[in-house]
Design a protein around this ligand. Structure first.
Ligand code: ADP
Length: 621
């Protein structure tokens, strides 16, 4: 077969362009990425060789070999792992497989500095080679196949692929270094990078200098070493390398389970939110090993979905080595490990929440949204998860907890009140909160879509029902506060009778609303919308509509504030003859105003504008 020329997928070209022109200060990470790929390739071969020992028989000692050549200005990273076929080379080194990464690249701004900082957060794997090399050549022979292939590119839109000579299986990557990157040909520099980033790699990394070969890493699985011998720095490097992370681990849990099941685990909670956390095809990032042999990145059911931010490894002593994915699926040992690991992680989180509340708040800010899924997904651990929940509220400026909320409840208050919406600052200004604020009753402010699920699934907390302030009647008069007395005294004051206004509003708005009533929750605004007790809450419906999950419009209740000056004036007008005609426009304006306050789109903006102009004109009158 002759040479073929192919073009990179658009996203790859984009990525390569950014990578090649970056002034990224840590270019050395290209080596860690290539070594990590090489090590993965060896791991995968070792796993396949469990059922097909012939794949590995001729060359059983897996290793990564680094060869600098100062004459040719090349650095070669070679492995005798699984290798890649012709099609795999094209697929793996010409496209971006994970949709999450591809979408991420699509969203890059074009400002190379900003983009590189973002890319720095998730790593670019193989493509990082182009940070230091003007040309990259990959020769690979897949284990068990007879042909080898050469992939070659200068990273500028195209690559070529052609048959090659390579006697042994595995992949050899040759980097033709840029003139100012010759540093990476020096053995001290290579050793330093390997020590820094790849020391824990469980297979030997060899450096060939002047015909002599030295192993330059510790070459033992870090998680098997005693905790006392591992420095925080080593944990961090392991997390960054094995987890392809660029941040610091927020929490490190390293332990050995001994009992009916024996396994070691080294798990990390990241300190930043992984960019692909909500990708539907995102896989678990916890690697499963069996007696130091890598099995899979994606053991089904080892980690519950709501802990999918975890990184690290679990190494079992009991599972059979030749376990297949299908067998893993219903494996009772795996299920028990999941139960134990989950409990352990949750209890470590609880410890952090108690001992280091401020640090815990940063974790919650980044990842709490995922943890909340556990409340409706993991019934068994619900009681452990609930105290971990943090949220904003009208009472305090920081994150607070359900227990704290309950401790602040007012005498006579039986429910926990909440409001859901998209943005915190908008929520804080919601008219529906006014009455609660006036009475000093705290309201939880919730802005994650998942809040629409975990709260209803829970129903109550410590026997206090969760109640939305935008739905049903608030029953605020039951709550005793010092202000209540003052209120009662005020009751003797003559109040505007707004019953004819309400009747008139009902008549005019007709079917557009479910009801019009006097508001108990408004103190400042003239009007607001609320959902009927049995109906879907306002924000929930908006969310579902955005996702085309509901089409109809639930009719809402328009609440009117009798204490508001405008309403009082309208009430007087409503009592007069012929009021219906005069006030028709006003009725619609009030209703539209309430919809706008909710962030709803107006069904007839033109009519709104006409009425508004007419009203303004009258005002200038
Ligand atoms: P990632 O490692 O995150 O998947 P890369 O861009 O680094 O992304 O690599 C893409 C794919 O190319 C890998 O998933 C792997 O299948 C393949 N690959 C890269 N390097 C090697 C190698 N040395 N041996 C075998 N396959 C490799």
């Amino acid at each position: 077969m002759a040479q073929e020329t192919r073009t990179f997928q658009a996203e790859v070209s984009r990525l390569l362009d950014i990578v090649a022109h970056s002034l990224y200060s840590q270019k050395e990470i290209f080596l860690r990425e290539l070594i990590s790929n090489a090590s993965d390739a060896c791991d995968r071969l070792r796993y396949q060789a469990i059922t097909k020992p012939e794949l590995i028989a001729d060359d059983p000692e897996l290793a990564v070999t680094l060869t600098p050549d100062k004459t040719a200005n090349t650095l070669t990273v070679a492995d005798n792992g699984i290798g890649m076929s012709h099609d795999e080379l094209i697929e793996n080194l010409g496209t971006i497989a994970q949709s999450g990464t591809a979408n991420f690249v699509k969203s890059l701004s074009g400002d190379s500095k900003k983009d590189m900082a973002l890319i720095g957060q998730f790593g670019v794997g193989f493509y990082s080679a182009f940070m230091v090399a003007k040309r990259v050549e990959v020769v690979s022979k897949k284990a068990g196949e007879s042909e080898a292939w050469r992939w070659s590119s200068d990273g500028k839109g195209e690559f070529t692929i052609e048959p090659a000579e390579q006697a042994v299986r595995g992949t050899t990557i040759t980097l033709y270094l840029n003139d100012d990157e010759k540093d990476f040909l020096e053995d001290y520099r290579i050793q330093q990078v390997v020590k820094t980033y790849s020391d824990h790699i469980a297979l030997p990394i060899r450096l060939v200098i002047g015909g002599k070969t030295n192993t330059i890493n510790a070459a033992s699985a870090l998680w098997m070493r005693p905790k006392s011998e591992i420095t925080p720095e080593q944990y961090k490097k392991f997390y960054q390398d094995a987890g392809h992370q660029y941040d610091e681990p927020w929490l490190t849990i390293h332990a050995k389970a001994e009992g009916t099941l024996e396994y070691t685990f080294l798990l990390f909670v990241p300190s930043t939110k992984p960019f692909d956390l909500f990708d539907v095809d995102r896989k678990s990032k916890v690697k499963l090993y069996v007696r130091r042999v890598y099995i899979t990145d994606d053991a089904p059911g080892l980690i519950p979905p709501y802990l999918r931010f975890l990184k690290g490894v679990v190494d079992s002593e009991d599972l059979p080595l030749n376990i297949s994915r299908e067998m893993l699926q219903n494996n009772p040992m795996l299920a028990r490990m999941k139960t134990q690991l989950t409990k352990r992680v949750v209890s470590e989180l609880a410890k952090k929440a108690k001992d280091e509340p401020e640090s815990y708040a940063t974790f919650w800010e980044a990842l709490g949204v995922v943890l909340k899924e556990g409340i409706y997904e993991d019934f068994e651990n619900r009681e452990l998860l609930l105290p971990l929940v943090r949220f904003r509220s009208t009472a305090v400026d920081r994150f607070t907890s359900l227990d704290d909320y309950v401790s602040r409840m007012k005498p006579g208050q039986d429910a926990i009140y909440f409001i859901t919406g998209d943005k915190l600052d908008v929520l804080r200004k919601s008219p529906q909160l006014e009455g609660f604020r006036a009475k000093g009753v705290e309201v939880m402010l919730l802005t994650d879509p998942v809040d629409e699920f975990w709260l209803p699934s829970l129903g109550d907390y410590q026997k206090h029902e969760f109640r939305s302030v935008t739905r049903g009647a608030p029953e605020l008069d039951k709550i005793e506060t010092p202000e209540k007395k003052a209120d009662e005294e005020k009751k003797d004051e003559p109040k505007t009778d707004i019953s004819s206004l309400i009747a008139l509003l009902k008549l005019t708005l007709g079917d557009a609303v479910r009801d019009v009533r006097v508001s108990e929750r408004l103190t400042e605004s003239a009007v607001c919308l609320v959902a009927d007790k049995e109906d879907m809450d306002l924000h929930m419906e908006r969310l579902l509509r955005q996702h085309n999950r509901v089409t109809g419009d639930t009719k809402r209740i328009l609440e009117v504030n009798p204490k508001h000056k405008l309403i009082a004036r309208l009430a007087v007008l409503a009592g007069k003859d012929g009021a219906a005609d005069d006030l028709e426009d006003m009725a619609w304006l009030l209703f539209d105003q309430a919809r706008l306050l909710e962030g709803e789109a107006l069904p007839d903006p033109a009519a709104f504008a006409t009425r508004m102009s007419a009203a303004l004109e009258k005002g200038l009158g």
